[in-house]
Design a protein around this ligand. Sequence first.
Ligand code: DGJ
Length: 726
Amino acid sequence: MISFDKASHIVKLTNGSIDYVVYINTEGYPETIYFGKAMRDFNPETMRTAPKWHDETHVYDPKTGSERWFADGFKQNVAPLELSPHARRDKRGAPIICMRENGSFATDFLYVSHRIFNGTEPLVGLPSAHGDNCSTVEFLFRERTRELYVKHRITIFDDCDVVVKNYTIINKTGLNVTLSRAMSMQLDLPRNNYALTHFSGRWAAERNAVTNKLVDGVQEVSSNLGATSAEENTFAYLSELGATYTHGEVIGFNLVYSGNFKLRTYSDMLGGTHITYGINDEDFSWVLADGDSFVTPQAVVCYSSDGIDGMSRNMHDFVRNHIVTYRHDREYKPVLFNSWEGCYFTFTTDSIISYIDDAAKIGAELFVLDDGWFGRRNDDRDGLGDWYINTDKIDLGKVIAHCHAKGMKFGIWFEPEMINFTSDLFKAHPDYALREGNEDVFLGRHQMHLDMTRDDVVDNIYNQMIAVLDRYDVDYLKWDYNRRVYEHYSGHLGAERQGEVYHRLTLGYYKLLGRIAARYPDMMIEGCAGGGARFDLGTLCYCPQIWTSDESNPARRCTINFNTSFGYPLCTMGTHVNDCKLFDYRAKGQFALFGTYGYEMNPNKLTAEEVAMLNETAELYKRYHKDVVENGDLYHIADPSDGEYYIMQCVSKDRATSLVLSMNLRCQKDRFRFVRLRGLDPDKRYKNSHDGKVYYGDYYMNVGLNCSQEWHQEFECQLFVLEEAE
Ligand code: DGJ
């Protein structure tokens, strides 16, 4: 709910659990006077008081030739603002910079009006949060000297403690204006006793949690690689010093965007924290023609006073309810078998059919033919850009018919944004590759990036893709992306527009992905980027799940999954059993249950015992995934980065069923003998699948789950199912 009190100039957004309060001061700057747990008392007078000694409070006014105080007690450079000016009044870092006609850097937006409405409105050209159970305030600002406007929206959701914010910049100046920074939000907090946790990594080791106490000055989390990247993820959080999984204030951040981003915290000398988040301003500029608008991606801010897991569960509800749009998402997701690690590029129609037959024996319900079925693709040096079937290698119609005859769904791999220089497409259109004239071009995995800023390139790939997808009955598409952007130059855009390339590439990705998703609404698309290098909310708006990493060995993957799941629900995290030797197939199957379960190995080589193990875990997936893992609540219990155990717990929303997974990483017998569970109903009685014993929820949450008896060796997994007893 959002209300405006005319007398006090206060806009209050609340969902009964959190409040976000904006005071519109008479100087024309909306001040964020509160963001936190819902409360009863508000006094703008005391809540917005800056330090008394702070004297940046008055200006020389040439109109009167005298000194005047800022109206309304406004204190520049200290007041917590919704949109700080640049090169005037504020040195903390403005989210928007747009030079004036006279060359001045000053950008100073002042309040004009606001409107409040139920729900939210989609963003033009960008994916965004959706849903009815939310309300939005839209402020209109005008730049002090010209007809340059900003619409600033804040939406609060009723079913999760999340607000989303963004700016739309509108040019009515009669001239072109150039944006040199166009971020999505600012949030000023009146304290800085926080640590910043972000998720850095690399290929096959995505999302290591890095936590640093905020220090005075600037800290940044960013990507300039063209996509959200394996190096940094868009999700990050601030936690009050001393916060734990269950206690303390934690504020999570994310961006509904898949391109270059920058989250910047500036911790000031007066004990405040100034946060900006949005498109990375490195090598960014945008020429905004008169009459045009620039829409910034939505920034997501999630609040919890119940620790890291409180924030995390709110993020999960937000993603499930307001980001994922695939229409069958809340339905059961089939057990997936992917051909990649089993045979890579080397297969025939018969070998794939034998894979399908053996995949069915381990409970697979969806068979995915990965890389290698198109063009002249027999290794990774050719084929990208040529999306016609390699009929010498594979009879796709026969494979799909076989799959469907067995009652299985069929899926196929594409990497639409890339091109090999050996491809027919490159021979016909060498200008389609992103490059600068005849300069040499870095080849990431032997491939170049298509110039997705061009509509004709998007159209070409779209037409090639639909020629395959219209002809064949495809239930699933894996959308891969295996290199980063280095040469961000488009010969198609003029010199003054090269700062637009990165953002236009991301818009091109959404155009193509959006058109494919709209044309085949029943086809599930899984995102992927050389593992999990584009795991973000922008992608999730089209793809209900994303391949989390190319590392499927649970000893390493456990850290990747554990950390990814702070910001993203398990149902979005593709997790497969492969043939890694450290674990037996039962353990690998149990591990994959805490994600979207699938397989990736040579199924012809499985022994009868292994087939039996995998059938056992596939059955558990079919029985419990939807209610407990997909739609339930997640609790992080033991962090594998500590090197000893990996323990996660899921509880169904009705608190009738819980799954607990524990993995012993270091042959420790007693360290976690009694694992205190969370989220159960203390008054419900639960039967433990291991020993058949029945105890109240409060027993498991206070005494704990006794795990000691079976932890005899490293890399042993235990899965406990607790079900409400009659
Ligand atoms: C990278 C992906 O992460 C893998 O799963 C696989 O699809 C390969 N690309 C195929 O080239």
